[in-house]
Design a protein around this ligand. Structure first.
Ligand SMILES: Nc1ncnc2c1ncn2[C@@H]1O[C@H](COP(=O)(O)OP(=O)(O)O)[C@@H](O)[C@H]1O
Ligand SMILES: [Mg+2]
Length: 328
């Protein structure tokens, strides 16, 4: 099986006053056509920087993408593209929805204008044709009265409706990969569930692959085929959704599982992982999770690589090599 998107050893460093911030530090993964991969981790783990790098949306400088990194979309390295070729990838190849619908929409332009401009930026199409496509897309994402919605402005819509508009904008060029960065974080729980359901439905109808970024494992549980857990700028565990929930092999994954708020239940206070993600300028030596890990021992002073824990499951933890090494 050839991957639609293959990321190889992605490294992004920011130049900061505190020294180099190694925000993304050797991330590799592949996404097959039609597959949904969830990238999960606490705030500050490098998820957004990863997503931005895939579409070449980071300002360089201050960002510095390692020249050895590869982002292969349909076999071509996005990191080597520019001009027209890059624009094509961003339209019909990979599209992105961001976390905050209000800051991603232009407040002084009508919804219709913003979507038609997106279409026209990527495809040769008449203004009229672009408007029709925009209305069709708004209907697809469930906006009531899509024709009328074309004339409305972002502030006239609710948060949930704005997120639907952003989805319409991302989908209007029929991308093969949708990158959704915390697409529901700004929304209340009911609307969150509606948007997630919509994402799952659109993915089926449009046959898209999806990279879903979230800090909430509960969200990944409902929609992902595979899950990649990120901590300290690195992937620390990857597995199928079923395996990850049934048999997590990294103590960080286990901590996230215990802290995950359930979408379908009461918001019970759940134990969080003690401590916080360190700044990217100061990753701990050895295992980066070591200072927060309840299982840390001498061996963790040496950084573990991603180890094969089971079939199609990897964990960056020495416990994988211990007999009976699953964290309790
Ligand atoms: N423009 C920037 N300059 C310096 N550091 C940055 C910049 N953007 C992100 N970072 C740092 O990179 C790390 C990862 O950030 P980010 O990818 O936004 O995390 P996440 O999306 O997982 O919350 C953080 O330590 C963050 O402070
Ligand atoms: Mg983020």
């Amino acid at each position: 099986m050839t991957a639609l998107l293959e990321v190889r050893d992605l490294r992004v460093t920011f130049r900061t006053a505190d020294g180099p911030a190694r925000a993304v530090d050797g991330v590799s993964f592949a996404l097959a056509a039609g597959e949904t991969l969830a990238l999960v981790g606490e705030s500050g783990s490098g998820k957004t920087v990863t997503a931005l790098a895939l579409l070449r949306l980071l300002a360089e400088p201050p960002a510095d993408v390692d020249p050895a990194s590869r982002v292969l979309f349909e076999g071509r390295d996005v990191l080597q593209l520019d001009g027209e070729a890059l624009r094509r990838v961003r339209g019909a190849g990979m599209a992105m929805v961001f976390q905050e619908p209000m800051t991603s929409l232009n407040p002084v332009l009508s919804i219709g204008l913003q979507i038609t401009e997106t279409v026209q930026a990527h495809e040769r199409v008449t203004r009229r044709g672009a408007r029709d496509r925009a209305a069709d897309m708004l209907a697809l994402v469930g906006l009531p009265d899509p024709r009328a919605a074309l004339g409305r402005y972002p502030h006239e819509l609710s948060g949930g409706m704005r997120q639907r508009v952003l989805l319409a904008m991302a989908l209007v060029c029929r991308p093969r990969v949708l990158i959704a960065d915390e697409p529901t974080t700004a929304l209340d729980v009911t609307v969150q569930a509606q948007i997630l359901e919509l994402l799952a439905e659109l993915r089926e109808r449009l046959g898209m692959a999806m990279l879903l970024i979230t800090h909430n494992l509960g969200i990944a549980a409902g929609i992902a085929d595979r899950i990649a857990v990120m901590y300290g700028g690195q992937l620390v565990e990857t597995a199928s959704r079923q395996t990850l929930f049934r048999e997590p092999r990294h103590p960080y994954t286990l901590g996230l599982l215990r802290a995950a708020p359930r979408l379908d239940g009461p918001a019970a206070p759940t134990p969080a992982i003690p401590g916080a993600v360190p700044p990217a300028t100061a990753w701990p030596t050895g295992c980066r999770f070591r200072p927060r890990c309840p299982h840390a021992w001498a061996r963790c002073e040496t950084a573990p690589p991603l180890l094969e824990a089971a079939t199609a499951q990897q964990a960056r933890c020495w416990l994988v090599e211990q007999p009976g090494g699953a964290p309790a």
